[in-house]
Ligand binder design. Structure first.
Ligand SMILES: *Cc1c(COP(=O)(O)O)cnc(C)c1O
Length: 452
């Protein structure tokens, strides 16, 4: 039975020493990535210009556990374990018999889960003599997390920020610069691909990725870092779920009945969910696992499961994933980090296999829930995370009606203290829902390449 603690932590001796690779336990292997030109499976050599060997090995490994290097664990200790918190005041407000626990990643230096992968990514590059990393960022959280990790390991950090966010979120840019990074507005005049766009184009993550990849591919001492989507990124994020499984047991719970995370590229969702999926596949727990996405970028719920590029310029391998089409430019909703055109291949695979579920929500419901959450739990959630909260609220309200007592674990991927402009828009009645239209979806899907 649950005890009356609110904030559950872990002792030093209980901290996870390994990341968890869900591939080892899946009933069917995920389809391989394909070379963009030949459509043959990509090998390690194809990825070598962009990533160090350790990350390439992690991208394809089928080992169940990968040891977290001591130098990485040492940085994790600055902010991990992140707390698992019982949302007692929110439960009371909702009058629910559900027990809601949130896993709060906002305590990290960048204010989101992204530091969990930026630190190992920069570490592996640094020990391979890489002196500069390029990347893209949307709302700015990934750029912030990478800049911080680069500062720790003495690597230069150059960030292409999606134009719309660059213009509307100057504070994020400043934060990246405080951590020592350099920020360019994307599309930029610094790359051949960027030069093809008007200077005031709002940009997209897909465009920014192409720009960052283009520069990294040209220079031997420069590599590229991606903040979501790839297998090694999801692997690093499993530290979230590994801690949460232990913390939930420490709280006296037999297991989770519902695990909920927001999904943009899929990394924080997978990080929380995959260790619970392992427990489910092993028959030790039986949670429903739900990914929540915005109705304006509904990749899992309305996209097609097929091979597509990870970027707009078609430079990345073709990956089998739920996609809205690689040149899809989502509406400028505030949940910047959920605006990616596709979903991580591993998350797509487990969704296609029916091991997880997905829902799409309007952002107005998400902001409404997030303000209620702030007024009871004292945390201003990132707009992305508010999608997970809104789905948890739906389940808690349903439990209030049925009298059931589900244990809900919800991923709170970051804080929203740098997104107050979005809250202002909501609080003053200027927030609009902008669900994707069927016509726009058909147009962007028509540009997806045919494979086999
Ligand atoms: C980047 C980000 C997301 C979306 O990315 P995923 O890879 O889907 O996790 C969600 N929440 C926050 C706070 C983010 O910074």
């Amino acid at each position: 039975m649950a005890d009356d603690r609110i904030r559950i932590t872990l002792d030093e001796s209980e901290m996870p020493t390994h990341w968890y690779n869900v591939v080892a336990d899946l009933p069917t292997p995920p389809p391989p990535p394909l070379h963009p030109a030949t459509h043959e499976p990509v090998g390690p050599d194809d990825l070598a210009p962009l990533f160090p060997p350790e990350l390439i090995a992690q991208e394809v490994t089928t080992e169940r556990h990968v040891e977290i290097p001591a130098a990485v664990r040492d940085v994790y200790r600055q902010y991990r374990p992140s707390p698992l918190v019982r949302a007692r005041r929110w439960e009371q407000k909702l009058g629910t018999s559900a027990r809601i626990y949130y896993k709060y990643e906002g305590v990290s230096p960048a204010g989101s889960h992204k530091t969990n992968t930026s630190v190992p990514q920069v570490y592996y590059n640094a020990i391979n003599g890489i002196t500069r990393l390029t990347t893209e960022t949307g709302a700015g959280q990934w750029g912030t997390a990478l800049a911080y990790a680069c500062a720790l390991f003495g690597v230069e950090c150059e960030v292409w920020q999606v134009g719309a966010s660059y213009d509307s979120k100057p504070q994020r840019r400043t934060l990246i610069e405080v951590f020592g990074g350099t920020v360019h507005r994307s599309p930029s005049a610094l790359t051949e691909f960027g030069k093809g766009f008007d200077v005031d184009h709002p940009g997209s993550l897909g465009i920014a990725i192409t720009e960052a990849v283009e520069l990294a591919a040209q220079d031997e001492s420069t590599k590229y870092a991606l903040g979501s989507v790839l297998n090694h990124v999801l692997l690093h994020q499993t530290v979230i779920g590994e801690e949460a499984v232990l913390q939930l047991a420490k709280a006296g719970e037999a297991g989770a009945d519902l695990v909920i995370g927001c999904a943009g590229g899929g990394s924080n969702f997978a990080g929380l969910a995959f260790p619970f999926l392992r427990e489910k596949l092993a028959g030790r727990q039986d949670p429903r696992i739900v990914a929540v996405e915005p109705s304006s970028c509904p990749t899992l719920t309305r996209g097609e499961y097929r091979y597509d590029f990870g970027d707009t310029g078609g430079m990345t391998p073709l990956m089998k994933m739920y996609t809205l089409g690689h040149d899809f430019v989502p509406s400028t909703i505030h949940a910047g980090g959920l605006r990616y055109h596709a979903m991580a291949p591993l998350v797509s695979h487990v969704a296609h296999e029916g091991l997880i579920e997905a829902v799409a929500l309007h952002q107005s419901e998400c902001f409404e829930t997030a303000t209620e959450f702030a007024r009871t739990e004292g945390i201003v959630a990132a707009p992305e995370s508010s999608h997970a909260l809104a789905q948890a609220r739906r389940a808690a309200v349903a439990a209030a009606e049925s009298g059931e007592e589900p244990v809900i674990v919800v991923g709170l991927s970051g804080h929203g203290l740098l997104e107050l402009g979005a809250y202002d828009t909501f609080l003053h009645g200027r927030l609009e829902d902008d669900p994707l239209s069927d016509d726009d979806l058909a147009t962007s899907l028509a540009a997806v390449p045919e494979v086999r």
